[in-house]
Ligand binder design. Structure first.
Ligand SMILES: Cc1ncc(COP(=O)(O)O)c(C=O)c1O
Length: 393
């Protein structure tokens, strides 16, 4: 089995670039240049230097002793929450801003759900002195207010998306519209492993630093590079893709994906894409997509703004269809309980997105000597209001 993208941009039957004619020059420019740019020694040097000195990598791999004891297995947390800006998203925005500079672009646009990708984009734009416009659903602007303030402080303009469910999908629609209208000077920094080829592959490669580090960190701690399982939450799938990347072709490593079941998979208010989705096209790629029988996109729902997306990246659709990945979906309630549990057991308040991955212990029992690495994709500061309201703190 091959889990790399092929020359046409497909993972099995998923992926490709289904784009309007007007976007073709931009996407084609990126497709024909991204690998050459990423492989240039000067690019690699600058990327790695910024990851080290600006982001603070490597992020620690932390043995969670009390959590391990509670679930009678060995749990390691990959601390992406400790990155500058508080999540894994910055690994990708550092990479893409350097690509944009190489392509001579002087205007950046982005979409954001939880605001973490928006903040990470606004941050690298401030760092490089480049104009930044972030599209965000009106509902997300309300539920992720601290991140909206951060983006503004960093000099970005936050434009509300007012259509549909007023969340991530709608913000992405607006960003694509902007790109169509500004094809020459603008680069669109997509924040997840979604979109037309080459985005899913480019984002996955930038995020693959996560599994690259897990390998040598685990070797130091356990004497072996491969864990028994890697676990990550999935919105579009960028922290998951980065966490899985160097283990995809290692059959002994179990790959576990956790999606948002919202109020229940069959409640009509969910974002459990792999279980509910059918093959369809969203934001430029063929993937599993929640849709009505006549092909209209179903409005997704999750308490977490970053998982509130009706599709999933094409790599993950492929992992699901081929059976390489085990897919679970957990409800708002189970995720919130898992977030509180981590706070109390390990002194780490996770992002609500991340709390979904932590709820895996309710879904699956591991063996005592299993080594389970969970991607701690982000910190919970942005979610305090939601936690406070939910737990009546
Ligand atoms: C902390 C955190 N984790 C996970 C996600 C989900 O995105 P992805 O599936 O691309 O990793 C987000 C999205 O905003 C996030 O902020």
């Amino acid at each position: 089995m091959n889990y790399q993208v092929n020359e046409k941009g497909y993972y099995g039957v998923f992926g490709g670039a289904y784009i309007p004619e007007m976007l073709y020059p931009n996407v084609e420019e990126l497709r024909t240049t991204y690998l050459n740019i990423m492989n240039e020694p000067s690019f690699k040097e600058e990327f790695n230097q910024l990851l080290k000195d600006y982001v603070g990598r490597p992020s620690p791999l932390f043995y969670a002793e009390r959590l391990s004891k509670k679930y009678n297995t060995k749990v390691y947390l990959k601390r992406e929450d400790l990155n500058h800006t508080g999540a894994h998203k910055v690994n990708n925005t550092i990479g893409q801003i350097l690509v944009a500079k190489k392509l001579g672009k002087n205007r950046i646009i982005a979409e954001t759900g939880a605001g973490q990708h928006g903040v990470a984009t606004a941050t690298v734009c401030a760092l490089m002195g480049i104009q930044c416009i972030v599209y965000m659903g009106e509902i997300d602007i309300k539920r992720q207010a601290p991140n909206v303030a951060r983006m503004k402080m960093l000099g970005a303009e936050v434009r509300p998306a007012k259509s549909g469910s007023k969340t991530l999908k709608d913000a992405t629609n607006e960003a694509i519209r902007d790109w169509i209208n500004n094809p020459v000077d603008t680069h669109y920094i997509i924040g997840s492993a979604i979109g037309p080829h080459p985005y899913p592959d480019m984002v996955t490669r930038f995020q693959s630093i996560i599994s690259e580090e897990i390998k040598w960190q685990l070797k130091e701690k356990e004497g072996r590079e491969n864990p028994d399982y890697v676990v990550a939450c999935i919105g579009g799938g960028s922290n998951a893709a980065g966490t899985y990347y160097h283990f995809l072709e290692e059959p002994s490593v179990g790959i576990i994906a956790v999606e948002a079941a919202g109020k229940g998979v069959h409640s009509g208010e969910s974002a459990a894409t792999s279980q509910l989705g059918k093959e369809g096209i969203i934001h430029g790629c063929k993937t599993l997509l929640m849709q009505t029988p006549d092909g209209q996109i179903t409005e997704p729902y999750s308490i977490s703004a970053g998982l509130d997306y009706p599709g999933v990246g094409p790599l993950h659709s492929h992992l699901y269809k081929t059976g390489r990945g085990e897919f679970y979906s957990v409800t708002d309630d189970d995720a919130m309980a898992a977030g509180l549990e981590l706070s109390k057991l390990e002194g780490i308040i996770p992002a609500i997105e991340t709390s979904h991955a932590l709820a895996i212990f309710k879904e699956k029992k591991f063996k005592p000597d299993d080594v389970v690495v969970i991607s701690l994709s982000g910190r919970g500061d942005k979610d305090l209001d939601t936690y406070i309201e939910y737990f009546k703190l």
